[in-house]
Write a protein that binds this ligand. Structure first.
Ligand SMILES: Nc1ccn([C@@H]2O[C@H](COP(=O)(O)OP(=O)(O)OP(=O)(O)O)[C@@H](O)[C@H]2O)c(=O)n1
Ligand SMILES: C[C@](O)(CO)[C@H](O)COP(=O)(O)O
Length: 254
């Protein structure tokens, strides 16, 4: 449960309430065999519950639309109903699509009127701190059409060309200036009309929603992300996520 006593800079009663779309319909192929990724347990609680709680911890977020696997929306709704969530946050569950992009579009289509700021947040990033969520919201409310949380890189990045044969070394063709690169996370925040327009007009494969807004020619800005907002993608990430939860329990004294 979030700490509702915590004042949230994003909880401006005069500002438009914020809705969040949480794409949670992926299968988690890179995670290996098992339940769909969003339903995998982190210290006994499904990853998706952690993600919903992380966004609902922001006092500005009044609605969360969870985009579930198309054959499991009922199971996801029952699972969420069985877990404590902040009472001030409404949660809807809708079936997702074959790609992340399609799932987000389906989540957007389920939004009722009245939320001018929309967050899109991966269920696979269950531990994002509320300060990061609020920073994204504040930047959208400050006038940005699209906002991404992002971190500087800790590794050198190389651009490669496809290898000559499977398993062969890949020729390195460039080393971009790392200081100008960022690892982009979620929640990404948007002016709702801009995001809806992007999903209505932009085609082609993209890996995040901000890329679609860029293709509209709109400005996207980056705010500081957080290392705990990492994406659970491979098996080791589950270990890291549970370690982060354990550290939080120690820091919170229980
Ligand atoms: N058809 C899809 C594919 C992905 N997602 C969601 O998009 C987020 C980021 O995607 P990713 O980490 O790639 O999740 P998966 O697609 O499940 O992972 P994989 O590619 O390993 O199968 C996840 O919360 C995932 O549930 C979704 O809602 N619908
Ligand atoms: C949206 C995202 O989390 C931003 O970094 C990322 O692009 C999702 O990638 P995935 O391959 O769909 O997990």
């Amino acid at each position: 449960m979030s700490d509702d006593s915590r004042p949230s800079p994003a909880a401006d009663p005069q500002a438009s309430p914020v809705a969040a779309v949480i794409p949670a319909a992926g299968r988690g192929v890179r995670l290996g065999p098992g339940a769909p990724k969003a339903l995998r347990s982190l210290n006994g609680t499904p990853m998706l519950v952690h993600a919903v709680r992380a966004l609902a911890a922001s006092r500005a977020v009044s609605l969360v639309v969870v985009v579930a696997p198309s054959d499991g929306a009922g199971e996801v709704k029952s699972m969420l109903d069985a877990h404590a969530l902040p009472e001030r946050t409404d949660v809807l569950v809708v079936p997702g699509g074959g790609t992340r992009q399609e799932s987000v579009r389906l989540g957007l289509e389920a939004l009722p009127p009245g939320h001018d700021v929309v967050l899109v947040h991966d269920a696979a990033r269950p531990l994002v701190p509320v300060d990061t969520v609020d920073a994204v919201i504040e930047a959208v409310r400050g006038g940005a059409a699209a906002v991404v949380p992002a971190l500087p890189l800790a590794d050198t990045v190389k651009q490669v060309e496809p290898a000559g044969a499977p398993g062969a070394p890949e020729p390195v063709v460039a080393t971009p200036d790392r200081s100008r690169l960022r690892a982009v996370q979620t929640p990404q925040g948007f002016d709702r009309a801009t995001l809806v327009r992007a999903h209505k007009t932009v085609t082609g494969d993209v890996t995040d929603d901000a890329s679609m807004v860029e293709q509209l020619g709109e400005r996207v800005v980056a705010v500081p992300g957080h290392e705990e907002a990492f994406k659970v993608t491979r098996p080791l990430d589950l270990v890291l996520a549970e370690a982060v939860l354990a550290r939080r329990r120690l820091n919170d004294g229980f």
